[in-house]
Design a protein around this ligand. Structure first.
Ligand code: HEC
Length: 132
């Protein structure tokens, strides 16, 4: 998949993602999700949630470790907000993982359900282009 993506496409996608975040701040988030949750989720993703250890600081994945969460392609689910909440809660077992690498439930941390929802809000925001 990644092999077919050109540098130019990546730049365009990054620009889109930035636009998406700006748009969502204006109210295009999933029901129950607030801009504050996205912000808190980013801090947790890069900090206490340990997500960035396997998925990278920007969520774009690390080869043979965590999947890219910013490309809008989902290997474990359809990538809805609820799917993402569930995925973080249960992790990914070796038999389900495309790479055979396990994701421990909650990234192996003891983040709370509220924190999981915030992190999921941030992860969702990574891949959702602006909609009108
Ligand atoms: C120990 C490494 C590791 C940590 C820590 C980790 N993950 Fe993962 N994550 C993975 C692996 C491995 C997969 C499965 C990739 C595959 O199937 O090839 C995955 C998959 C996912 C998926 C599904 C991706 C898809 O395309 O369907 C989501 C969402 C996700 N992780 C979010 C998170 C979040 C949020 C955190 C922090 C709470 C986190 N992960 C912490 C390794 C990790």
């Amino acid at each position: 998949m990644l092999g077919r993506v050109t540098g130019g496409t990546v730049v365009a996608l990054v620009a889109l993602a930035g636009a998406a975040r700006a748009q969502q701040a204006a109210g295009a988030l999933p029901p129950g999700v607030t801009a504050q949750m996205v912000k808190e989720g980013e801090t947790l993703f890069k900090g206490a949630g340990l997500c960035s250890v396997c998925h990278g600081q920007d969520g774009k994945g690390i080869p043979n470790l965590g999947a890219n969460l910013a490309d809008g392609e989902w290997v474990q689910s359809k990538g809805s907000y609820d799917d993402i909440v569930k995925q973080i809660t249960i992790g990914v077992t070796a038999d389900k993982s495309k790479t055979g690498v396990v994701m421990p439930p909650k990234g192996g941390t003891n983040i709370t359900d509220a924190q999981i929802k915030a992190i999921a809000a941030y992860v969702w925001s990574l891949s959702h282009p602006a909609k009108k």
